[in-house]
Design a protein around this ligand. Structure first.
Ligand code: ADP
Length: 367
């Protein structure tokens, strides 16, 4: 003979009554029992404030995802009764009207005709509050970085310009030692200017919502090459590409990625004829784009760390830079749902590869 519902409830009651975490029993969408931990969590004097009520009667009318508490509670209860335990986050209101976030698990206990559902709560209010505080803090930091970098730009430009003029003017009147100091001041202000510019583009990136649309990588490369035209003609570099696809992306952010990679391919290069080749191959719904150079290459041990912010493998005397370019590339590619990494080139140099989501059409365009 199977025990009747009353026996099950009695047994369950004595079990959950001792349980240190909040536990309740539900029947017909209402709470029929609540243990002391549940009563304590919501700050009620005793369980009568919970027993006999439906979850939405002690919740805000709307849950954080915009769904109605009453409809959602009914749906979860129905699903749990159909046999599968259901786990979800829920917001209740405590006796003082404050929101309490709980991680809830509903487990069915089938008993003859009657279905009882065991409801276990885990208080995650502190987790939610710290998450919110972190998001807020992150926003403030972003704003701070943006404002600091932006406001530093104007005085830095002035300092940079006038130190250069001063340096040129005073050259003839200075002794050797003073000339060296003056050159150091000019160099320092120039570096500070490029650091602030790079930090600003990084901060801008984090503050911007990104809109995605099909982008012709071919146009992206034309733009990147045009932006680097001075650097390309100064070094006699060649920038070539094969057939390139349409990807889902943000045009101006992708221009920035290719610009950074091509500029690095030219900079970290001792060849008399720097050459950058861009290629593409399909990989499922994605495209893997390669940017290959015939430069100095990157030792395997350093291939992961170069994407970290401010990470550089060379001194300013060897190659000038801020160590921000590849970190920006990684952020942009990851915002596109993609991945970036670097490999050794087949005949020397490096190949930076990016997996980017395709724009549906499989066709390649060549120009
Ligand atoms: P930056 O060039 O301003 O130093 P990046 O973030 O663009 O900063 O690059 C980080 C480091 O990675 C560089 O300092 C350099 O040591 C290395 N690196 C980047 N691109 C290449 C490349 N194409 N070939 C060799 N080394 C590279």
């Amino acid at each position: 003979m199977s025990p009747n519902t009353e026996t099950v409830v009695e047994f369950s009651l004595s079990l959950i009554g001792q349980w240190p975490e909040p536990m309740l029993l539900m029947d017909g969408e209402r709470f029929i029992e609540a243990n002391p931990a549940a009563v304590r969590l919501l700050g009620y004097g005793d369980k009568s404030a919970l027993v006999g009520r439906t979850p939405d009667q002690i919740s805000p009318p709307i849950q954080p995802d915009g769904a109605s508490s009453a409809a959602k509670a009914r749906q979860f209860f129905r699903e749990a009764r159909q046999g599968s335990p259901r786990r979800f986050e829920w917001v209740y209101l405590d006796a003082g009207g404050r929101e309490v976030d709980v991680d809830t698990t509903l487990s069915p206990i089938r008993q003859g005709e009657q279905d009882i559902v065991l409801c276990a709560w885990h208080d995650i209010s502190w987790l939610k509050r710290s998450q919110e505080a972190l998001v807020q803090r992150n926003l403030e930091l972003l704003q701070f970085a943006h404002v600091a970098a932006h406001d530093l730009q104007t005085p830095l430009r002035t300092i940079s310009l006038f130190t250069q003029l001063l340096h040129q003017e005073a050259m003839g009147h200075l002794n050797e030692q003073a000339r060296q100091w003056s050159a150091l001041v000019v160099e320092g202000s120039r570096r500070m200017q490029s650091l602030v510019e790079d930090l600003l583009s990084c901060a801008r990136l984090d503050g911007q919502p990104t809109s995605f649309a099909p982008v012709d990588l071919h146009q992206v490369l034309e733009d990147a090459r045009a932006n680097l035209s001075w650097r390309i003609s100064e070094t006699g570099a060649e920038v070539l590409w094969e057939e390139l696809p349409l990807v889902m992306g943000n045009q101006s952010q992708l221009v920035q990625v290719f610009q950074n990679l091509i500029e690095n391919g030219i900079k970290y290069n001792t060849s008399s004829a720097p050459r950058i080749t861009v290629s593409a191959r399909p990989d499922g719904d994605d495209w893997v784009i390669g940017v290959a150079d015939n430069g100095i290459g990157i030792a395997p041990a350093h291939r992961g760390e170069i994407f970290e912010m401010f990470r550089r493998l060379h001194t300013q005397q060897e190659y000038q830079g801020t160590g921000i370019g590849l970190a920006i590339c990684q952020r942009i590619v990851e915002r596109h749902g993609g991945r970036i990494w670097v490999e050794a080139g087949e005949t020397g140099g490096s190949v930076f590869r990016m997996a980017l989501p395709g724009a549906g059409a499989r066709g390649l365009s060549a120009r």
